[in-house]
Structure formats: C-alpha cells, structure tokens
Design a protein around this ligand. Sequence first.
Ligand code: SF4
Ligand code: SF4
Length: 197
Amino acid sequence: MGFLGKNTCLIHEKLGSGLFLGVALTNLEIEGLTGNVPAPEPLFGVTARRRRPPKRVAASHCGSCTRCIEACPTGAIAPDGGLDAGSCISTWTIEWRGQTPTDRRAEQGGILFGCDICQAVCPWNQRAAANPGPPPVRGEYGPLPEHTEIKLADLLELNDDIFRKRFRRTPLWRCHPEGLRANAMVVWDNIAVGGLP
Ligand code: SF4
Ligand code: SF4
C-alpha cells in the first residue's frame, strides 16, 4: 500500500499519509466478487485478495528528506526515522488521560488536540494535496460548519453534557471531556506566558 516514512506514517505515493485503512468482513454476496469473477481493481495500488503477504516491506522513499524531523516541535522523531510516542503531542493531547507532562507543556504551544505537523510538512502530502480532482474528495475531510470556530475560553468550562452533545461523532470524542479541558488549560497557560511559537 505504500512505504513507512521517517515519521512512521504509511505513505501512499498518490494519497500521501492522509488516508484511512479499513476492512469489511461480511458473508453477503457482493456483485463482482462472487464465483470466479475476478475482484474489481481497487482505486489505488492495492492488490485485491492478496493470497500471500508481500515478500518484503516497500522501500522507503524519504530519501535525504528530513523535513518532519526538523519540524517536530518536541524532537520526537529519531534522526533515521522512528517515533518516541511518549514525546509526541498527539499522544499527550489525544491518548493520555490527564495533562501533558509538566516539564513539556511549553512544547505543546497553542496545539489543542492532535498535531500532525510531521505530516503537514511531508512533501508526499503536499504533492497529494496538489493532485487535482476526485478521488479523494478532500473537502469532505474538512470540519463541519458548527466546528469551524471553537473558543478556548468555552472549552475551559466545558461540561460533560455539552461535550457529549457537541463532539459526539467527531475525533475530539476520543480525548473525553476531561482531556479536552486539560488540553485547553495547557494552551491557555501557554498563551498567558507568551509561550506560543
Ligand atoms: S505529531 Fe507532532 S509531536 Fe508527534 S511526531 Fe509528529 S510533529 Fe512531532
Ligand atoms: S517529511 Fe520527508 S522524511 Fe518525513 S516522512 Fe515525509 S518524506 Fe519522509
């Protein structure tokens, strides 16, 4: 499907790393997949119904690029690639229950949830974004209109009911209301001390 970049993301040569992996398990008959009819070709590069795993991992196409390593605000990416997840802002703001480690809060800067700087700077993603026309329809990954503006002060006092109503079915659901409040508090403090990069 692609190669692993130094930022440890799976990178597809046409889609970059902005993709979802998925699988559907079903006992339903699907047109085009029954009997001896060959499976339809997938849109991008994947070999359908592969019988054996690929013999080797695809070679990296990062080359001499080090953009993600240089851009990472916390130095989480090793010089030759590989990630220290315990130093990653996405881990702190999405996966951990509680706040970013005290001695590293300044590095979070103004980031409220997630990070992905290492993907934003990747030339494979910039090339994919410049690719005209569907698929994929990139606008469909944009924020819903009701989420285009989120006020930091509101999040500091966000109660659990409002969180449930507003953020169910959004990625922010993953960090729970207490996580979002904690993230907002770190950003608020960083702004207060002028710590934003
Ligand atoms: S998501 Fe952010 S903090 Fe984590 S490795 Fe990428 S650039 Fe660094
Ligand atoms: S930014 Fe450069 S080094 Fe990092 S994953 Fe992308 S191509 Fe590889």
